[in-house]
Design a protein around this ligand. Structure first.
Ligand code: FUB
Length: 343
């Protein structure tokens, strides 16, 4: 059932590091991660990965993340009960996909909800698919082919005030971004470019077509510049992009947010355009319990919320639980850093 929301419990569970959790899991019935949150009709919908137990041991390619379907969560009010929807899409009903339904996102346009999701195709290459529904809880019906020109993982879709939608995607290591140097899969490195003094691999962005199912033009780099106005370097593991793209807009600024992966931070960079170039601003979530960190940020009833996940309920990297906590901004638009532990 639903656990107490955001309760800082003096006598609550103690984390393996001896500290206390900032917030409590939103649900305990199933394991969930990578929460993409959206407000539709005043209600909050969360599109997470649905984690499942597996005997596959942990490895750098993430084979232990063996998810095969999606479930949607809904909150009607902050702190209220969380509805766990039925199966919204299963890998067996996706004609092109073979396994590993990783972090999804959803967008709405003209009465249709579009679910964007990564999965391995029959050749083992991650691609991004789209599925549609007239109900935000699903069920969703998948298109027969992945989005043409898509590859890698972690799609996030942002729609600007002018109605134009953009998709951001990519992830290194298990996400295979390093295997797509020119739009073709090239076997080779299984981590990154191994060029620490060269620009890091960058997330990708593309404009979506009006039907929301195609890239309007080939994907381009999400450029993140440091203070020296040069792209962050591959060796800069504390700051460079790893996975988990998420875009939002606040006070005219576009925030590209992401995970630094092997250094376990959530970081952000800002621009005056949704396609950058972005300037690196800092970390905003310190490492959680568990290897992965992947989030979303949404405004709901006048407050900003961070949705994230840790491994409080299982203490296993691949069995995660989503959480939410309020996010605060400073006057200059910088994000106040969230520590997922209180003391
Ligand atoms: O949940 C599977 C993968 O792990 C996601 O796609 C990544 O962002 C990481 O959270």
């Amino acid at each position: 059932g639903a656990l107490p929301f955001s309760a800082v419990q003096a006598d609550g569970p103690t984390a393996p590091n001896g500290r206390h959790y900032l917030s409590q899991p939103l649900i305990s019935e199933i394991y969930t991660a990578d929460p993409s949150a959206h407000v539709f009709g005043g209600k909050l919908y969360i599109y997470p990965s649905h984690d499942v137990p597996t005997e596959t041991p942990d490895d750098d390619l993430g084979n232990q993340y063996a998810m095969h379907d999606y479930r949607v969560l809904r909150l009607d009010r902050v702190g209220g009960p969380v509805t766990v929807g039925p199966v919204a899409l299963e890998v067996k009903n996706v004609p092109w996909a073979s396994k590993q339904m990783w972090a999804p996102d959803v967008a709405y346009r003209n009465g249709t909800y579009f679910l964007y999701f990564p999965a391995r195709d029959k050749e083992g290459h991650f691609r991004i698919g789209v599925a549609t529904s007239t109900n935000p809880m699903g069920p969703f019906k998948a298109d027969p082919e992945p989005i043409k020109g898509s590859y890698s993982i972690d799609p996030a879709v942002f729609t600007d005030a002018d109605g134009q939608s953009y998709i951001y995607f990519g992830g290194i290591w298990g996400g295979q971004l390093e295997n797509w140097p020119t739009g073709q899969f090239v076997a080779g490195s299984t981590t990154d470019l191994k060029q620490d003094d060269k620009p890091a691999l960058m997330a990708k962005w593309a404009r979506l077509s009006p039907d929301m199912k195609h890239f309007a033009a080939p994907a381009k780099d999400v450029v993140i510049l440091g203070d020296d106005n040069k792209p962050l370097l591959g060796g800069d593991h504390d700051r460079r992009f790893f996975e988990a793209s998420w875009m939002f807009k606040r006070d005219g600024q576009y925030y590209f947010t992401y995970s630094t992966g092997d250094t376990h931070f959530l970081a952000y960079a800002t621009a005056r355009s949704p396609v950058g170039p972005f300037h690196y601003r800092g970390h905003f979530l310190l490492p959680v319990q568990g290897w992965t960190t992947h989030h979303s940020i949404a405004e709901w009833n006048g407050k900003w919320w961070l949705f994230y996940a840790d491994t409080q309920l299982s203490n296993k990297n691949h069995l995660r639980n989503v959480k939410m906590t309020e996010l605060h901004f400073n006057a200059d638009g910088s994000i106040q850093v969230v520590d997922p532990f209180t003391r």
